[in-house]
Design a protein around this ligand. Sequence first.
Ligand SMILES: Cc1cc2nc3c(=O)[nH]c(=O)nc-3n(C[C@H](O)[C@H](O)[C@H](O)COP(=O)(O)O)c2cc1C
Length: 731
Amino acid sequence: MTISIWRYSHFALAISSFVFILLATLTGIILAFEPISNQLKPYAVSNTGTVNVAETLTVLQNEYDEVVSLEVDSNNFVKASVFSLEGDSETFYLDPKTGKKIGDIEKKAPIFEFATNLHRSLFLKSTGRFLVGLFSFLLFLISVTGIQLILKRQGGIKKFFSKVVKENILQYYHVVLGRWFLIPIVIITLTGVYLSLEKFNLLPSSQLKHEALEHNTSKKQAVNDFEIFNTTNLDHLISLEFPFSEDEEDYFILKTKSGEFYVNQYTGDVLSKAKTPMVSKLSYWSVILHTGQGTIIWSIVLLLSCFAILFFMYSGFAMSLKRLGERSKLKNKFNKNAAEYVILIGTETGHTNKFAHQFYNALLKAGKSVYVSTLNQYSNYKNAKQIIVFTSTYGEGEAPTSAKQFKKLLRSVKQEQTIDFSVVGFGSLMYPEYCKYAVEVDDFLEKQYNFKRSLPIFKINNQSFEAFKTWVNQWNEVNQLQLIIEPPKSNVKLKTLKDFKVIRRTELNRDETFVIQLKPHKKMKFQSGDLIGFYPKEDGVERLYSIGKIDGDIILSIKKYEFGICSSWLSQLQTSETIKAKVKRNLDFHFPTYTKEVIMIANGTGIAPFLGMINQNHLNVKTHLFWGGRTKQSLEIYQNYIEKALETEALNSVNVAYSQEQDNKIYVQDIIKEHSVFIANALKNEAVIMICGSIAMQNRVLEMLDQITIEKLKQPLHKFENNEQILMDCY
Ligand SMILES: Cc1cc2nc3c(=O)[nH]c(=O)nc-3n(C[C@H](O)[C@H](O)[C@H](O)COP(=O)(O)O)c2cc1C
C-alpha cells in the first residue's frame, strides 16, 4: 500500500473521532492521577510479596474477636472486615505484618468519580459505553496507521529508531514522540476495547468451573497451620471469606490470581478448586494496563501518553492545515496554452509547493506569463518555451503522489514546439536514494526529442531555502533574468529580541569579509553552532548566521554583499554600539562530545562556529580543521584563534586550500581528497565530520566524501549520515 493511503487513513480516522478522543484524553489525564495518589497513601503496602495469608490471619486473630474477610485490592491495599473484642463490626486498611489498622476505607474522590463516568460512558449510559469502545478502536487504528507511516518514513523496522529527518519542528516531534508513545497508546486502546466488549457481554463466559478434589480427611489443625494459607502470599491473594457458621459444611472461600478454592474450615483440606478462566485473566490485566492501578510507573506512562495524544492531535491538525493551505493558495492567472513558462510540481506532503509558488510569483512579478500545475496533470502547453520541474522523492526513491502518472503521460502527450527544461529535486541526504525521482525525470525529459536541458539537475537537501536561492541565481544567469525570491517572513516578535553590545569588529578584508564580536547585555545560554538572527529595520526579514562562543561572547564572520541590507548594516557597526538580535538553538550542530575525533570542514565565513568550538574544546577531543578560502589574506582574520587553539592542542591539525594563490584553483574538497585515507579511517573509527559554509561547497564536499567512503569503506556516505557522523549547517 502506498504511503499516501496510510496518510489519508490516519488523517480521516483522526478527523472523525476528534471530539471523543479529546474528551477521553482529558479525562484520562485526570484519572492517571488516581493510582498515583493512591500509591502515595500510607496503606499502599509494598511487602505483600513477603507476607503469606497465614501470617496475617495469625496477627488478626490475636487483635480481634472474629475475622470475616481479608482482601487485597488492585491498589495493593490490604483490607479486613472484623468484629472487635467489643463486638463492633469494622472494615479498614491494615498492615499485613502487624495486623494493625492503618486507615479507614476511603470513598473515591468526587473528581475521579466524575472523570471515570465521563471517560467510561460520557454520561450516556450504554450508548456512551458503546461510543467509547468504538472510538477506542478508532484510536487503535490511528496508532496502527501511524506506526505504518513511521515504518515507511524511516525505511523499515530496522531503522525505526534511527535519526528522523527534521522538516519542521511539529513534524519532527510528531514522529519522534510517535515512536515512543504509539506502543503504550496501542495498549491503552486495545485494553479499552476489551473492557467495553466485556461490559456488553461479548466475550466468552468467564464463569468458574469447580472440580471436587479427592482428599484424605486430615486431622483438625489451627487455621494458621493450613498449608494453602502458608503457601499463598498476599501479592497473589484477591480475597479470603471466612465460613458463615461453625457448621462443618461451611468452608473458607479463597480467591487468588490463579483460581478459587474451597477450604475445609477445620482440616485445611482443599475441597474443590476452579481455575481462573483466560477471559478473566485478560480482564484483570486490561484493568491494570488501562488504569495503572497499583503501579506509579505505569500510571506515569499513561499520563505521558495522554499528553502525547494531545500533542499528536495538535501537531497532526496543524501540519494537515498547513499542507492544505499550501495546496489551495495558488490560482493560475494564465491558462496552460497561454503561458510561456510552465512549472510542474511533484509533491507528497506539500513542502515543495512553497518553493514552486515563490518561483511562480517571482516570474509573474517579472512580467512573465506562467502556469503552474502538478506532474500528474502534464498536458500540451501550446505556448510554452520552458518547463521547470520541482519534485520531491518518496518511499525508496519513488515518485511522490502528485507525480505518479507523469511517466505514462510523458509517453502519450507530445509537445509540438521545442522546450527548454530544468529540474530541481527536493530530497534528503538521509535517504539512500537522494533525489532519485528528480534524476529520473531529468533523464526522461532529456530523452524527449524536442526537450533541451537549460540547467543541470539541482538537488536540494532538507528544503534548504539558501540552496533554492543558489539555484534561482543560476537560473537567472542562464535566462538573463533577475527574479527575486523573497525569503520566508520571520514570525519573530521584535519585543523578544535581546540586546548585544559590539565589542570588536575587524575591517573588511580583500574578500569584503569581517569578524564581529558581540556581548549579550544579560547572561544568556548558547553554544557554538547555534544561530543568531538579525532583523534589519528596512525589511524585517530574518538573516541567520552560525555563531561561535568565545569567553561568553558571540563571534561571527560575515561577508558584505554590495546590495546586502543586513551585511552592509553589520559591516558599519561601531564598537560599543548596541544592537538587537535573537539567538536560536541549533541542536543538530553542536560540538559532539560523544566522539573521540572531530573533522571540521568549512569554506569562507563558515569557519566562525568552529573557532568557538575549538576554543571550548577543553577535553581536547582530537580535532582537525579543513578550510577553503581565496587567498592567504583571507585567513588572516581568523589566524589568532587558530594559532591559540593549536598551541593548547584544542586543535590538532589545520589544512587550508586557497583558490587564488596559485595558477590552479584548489578547493577544500581537493585537500579532502588528498587526505582520503585519513578521512576514511576516522569515519570507520566513529569520528564525526562537521560541515559549515556555502551550499555549493557542501555539495562538492559530500560528493567527495561519498566517493571516499564507497572506495575505501565500501559503504555509501548516507550510512554515516544516519549514524549521526555527518553534521551540517550550510547556507
Ligand atoms: C517517508 C519518506 C521517504 C522519503 N524518501 C526519500 C528518498 O528516497 N530520497 C530523497 O532524496 N528524499 C526522500 N524523502 C525526503 C523528501 O523528499 C523531502 O523531505 C522533500 O522535501 C519533501 O517534499 P514534499 O513535502 O513536497 O513531498 C523522504 C521523506 C519521507 C517522509
